[in-house]
Design a protein around this ligand. Structure first.
Ligand code: GUN
Ligand code: ZN
Length: 442
């Protein structure tokens, strides 16, 4: 953590406070701004010239003039154990899981493989300007320990927990309702609220959990009300049809989770594409949140998410890359694909809304809005420096941009990891070098 007072000069962009779903989020942009960070937390943010005069003369100021300083991205749904199967050809969700995903996840019984992957994965997040994430490991408790250990050493704010799955999956990846809970209790004891880490209860999805396991997950959440609940929901039509046959008494896929008391203010569901009006109403009534994962939904041909339905019902939403079904670690690319999905659904996702979902909105659905997501005083100083000049076409486009919204839109459509010049964690420069991503496994 950066110990004393430091300043960072540049054009500063952030959202002022969590927005009510469906209302335009309020942002702030200071052309020549100064972000003051003390002991890793935001002390003040404002106009460079006004703030500079009130500072003691010896305060070091990193000059990022000509660049945009903004809060780090929050990726609200990503699988670290699927890093190595990103871009695996073809198939829809259920055969993609059996053909590529489950074999890759089996390897995480090996500690060294987990450690190596966790290091690469977390570096990749930082290279892309993602400073916080809700990360899915595997069924192995070991895979959570290696992830948390690595994240803790890097001081990252990460939410995770072991995947629970006690049926419809390969033997090596199967736990039991009891084992899932025992493992999770140990994980919570060791990691929950340790430094910047926190835990989520994560049954993979309705198809891989017995009723007993869903009940056990619900009991665990009652014992630990501060935990997040996370799972996949209504991503694919075949998946949704199978859920109906495995849970014949339930009205819908969402009703399976709702029935076991798993919906609520702490519940975050990935996807939520194939929902009906009653499901959407129940999502809203329970205060549950949805993570939109557009690159994954397009890659697996899962369907087109309706952000408008969520906004109309006041449901909080964030963005997830969903690597390895997702095709990029970049939240810029994720915003771009979210825009294209919204176009196909007849609404245009505004750049302001997209950047909100990728920062403070994401923090809000993970219950971290008091800690990260913007530059409010006292927040943890995780931020990135964006340099559009690193991409000639983007640089040229932005020079011709009128309003800030035009610049943001060009960034989200054309940007990627190349424009993330620096990534700061708690005020400290943690930008990885490409050397940090070496691969000892092969
Ligand atoms: N549904 C259940 N497991 C998975 C997974 O690993 N990825 C995606 N995209 N959907 C899932
Ligand atoms: Zn997923």
């Amino acid at each position: 953590m950066s110990e004393s007072l430091h300043g960072f000069r540049g054009s500063i962009f952030h959202f002022v406070c969590p927005a009510d779903a469906g209302t335009a989020p309020t942002f702030e942009f200071v052309q020549d701004g100064l972000l003051l960070v003390e002991n890793g937390h935001v002390k003040q943010m404002g106009d460079f010239r006004s703030l500079k005069n009130s500072l003691p003369s010896r305060v070091p100021i990193a000059d990022h003039s000509g660049r945009i300083i903004m809060p780090g991205f929050v990726d609200a749904h990503i699988h670290y154990a699927q890093t190595d199967i990103i871009a695996s050809f073809g198939r829809q969700l259920l055969n993609w899981l059996t053909e590529y995903t489950y074999p890759a996840e089996t390897l995480f019984a090996d500690e060294q493989h987990g450690r190596n992957t966790a290091r690469f994965f977390l570096n990749e997040l930082l290279l892309n300007g993602t400073t916080s994430a809700l990360v899915l490991p595997t069924v192995h408790a070991l895979s959570v320990h290696t992830l948390f250990e690595t994240a803790d050493a890097m001081n990252l704010r990460i939410v995770s927990g072991k995947i629970m799955m006690d049926r419809n999956c390969p033997e090596q990846l199967r736990d039991t309702a009891e084992r899932g809970i025992t493992d999770m209790r140990a994980i919570i004891h060791r990691w929950h609220l340790k430094n910047r880490l926190s835990c989520a209860v994560i049954p993979r999805f309705a198809l891989t959990s017995s009723e007993r396991q869903l009940e056990a997950a619900s009991d665990l959440l009652k014992d630990h009300p501060g935990l997040l609940f996370h799972t996949h929901l209504a991503e694919n039509t075949n998946e949704t049809a199978s859920v109906a046959s495995f849970f014949p008494k339930r009205r819908s896929y969402f009703d399976v989770y709702d029935h076991y008391g798993l919906a609520g203010k702490n519940a975050v569901f990935a996807h939520g594409i194939h929902l009906d009006e009653t499901d959407v109403q129940r999502l809203a009534e329970t205060g549950s949140a949805i993570v939109h994962c557009p690159t994954s939904n397009l890659f697996l041909g899962s369907g087109l998410f309706s952000l408008r339905d969520m906004n109309t019902h006041g449901i909080r939403t964030g963005l997830g890359t969903d690597v390895g079904a997702g095709t990029s670690f970049s939240m810029f690319k994720t915003m771009a694909e979210a825009y294209k999905v919204s176009q196909l659904k007849g609404t245009s996702l505004s750049p302001v809304e997209a950047f909100y979902m990728a920062t403070l909105g994401g923090a809000h659905i993970l219950g971290l809005e008091e800690k990260i997501g913007n530059f409010a005083m006292g927040k943890e100083a995780d931020f990135i420096v964006i340099n559009p000049d690193r991409l000639p076409i983007l640089s040229r486009r932005i020079r011709r941009a009128g309003k800030l919204e035009d610049t943001l839109f060009a960034l989200m459509i054309l940007g990627d990891d190349r424009i993330v010049e620096r990534t700061y964690i708690l005020g400290e420069d943690m930008t990885p070098s490409p050397m940090d991503s070496s691969d000892p496994d092969v």
